[in-house]
Design a protein around this ligand. Sequence first.
Ligand code: PMP
Length: 365
Amino acid sequence: MKIDDLPVRDELRGQSPYGAPQLDVPVQLNTNENPYQLPEPLVARIAERVAEAARNLNRYPDRDAVELRTELARYLTRTTGFERAPEQVWAANGSNEIIQQLLQTFGGPGRSALGFEPSYQMHELISRGTGTRWIAGPRRADFTIDVDAAVAALAEHRPDVLFICSPNNPTGTAVDAATVLALHDAAQAVKPTMVIVDEAYVEFSHRESLLPLLAGRPLLVVTRTMSKAFGAAGLRLGYLAADRAVVDAVQLVRLPYHLSAVTQATALACLEHTDTLLGYVERLKAERDRVVDALRALGLDVTDSDSNFIQFGTFEDQHAVWRAILDLGVLIRDNGVPGQLRVTAGTPAENDAFLDAVRTVTKEL
Ligand code: PMP
């Protein structure tokens, strides 16, 4: 039996599950993780908070995760200067689950979502998984969003949900506030459209967060994650900031008690150590810029990066280059963008190993 021999839903036929290869190689720079392990004092604090939570595991967790949402709101307020209340924040198991809840609420059968490709593939896959028709919107050759072309696509396709990923995965490019506003307004002029700004990587950006654009725009949502800047991909904690009506609406589809007590306790411990974790972000930003410069010095095309990863090329056969770099013990990512590869910024030693591998491989091209 194969998947397609089963009576699976039509939109899942011929699809493959999302996921980068998890290979056991010395240098792993393929999934935009933070290379720094959590500091020991934080590990100890997690153990303490989880022990406290464990004593009450006979009970269901706080269904509304009020303490956690309060701390997330405080983090957003502190880092952006734009005030958020707990009622304007919602949390789930990774921003993937946040996106799924948004699509279950605002997408679904008979509805559509549009995103500008190449972008984070899960926007499309979660759309399909929720029965939402996916529309691939355009980008310029330099991977920025062409507002005129985007506005034309909005008028033509009339999507119910619009994705704007900033900084964008896999290109690393950030979107400026004027572009987001132009797209938001153009979408609303056609019909009420939920505009989801995916800021999974925003802490690594040279630009400010787009969060303040939420003021007076109840159909705008900003999604975030603790997987990248907080170095806690294994925690599975994503969140959104939006009008409180949006937070109320996603509760119509969230599973009861979706965020375990252990998850809430761990996330709260991480938030207590925000400053230390943001210190790692500064190191990673400096390393990212160093790798960008080094790749450019090798004569490669490097897309400006506002993220903790870098898109570079241009290769005739990017998959062959990906394979050759892997053979030297460095795992990076081929997202299928023609001619381009993506590398995550790692520790200085990991980045040096990557740059050595690129030097070796490009000499042979
Ligand atoms: N958005 C973007 C743009 C991403 O690249 C990722 C992870 N690769 C996510 C969301 C999801 O992250 P998580 O579910 O770990 O929060």
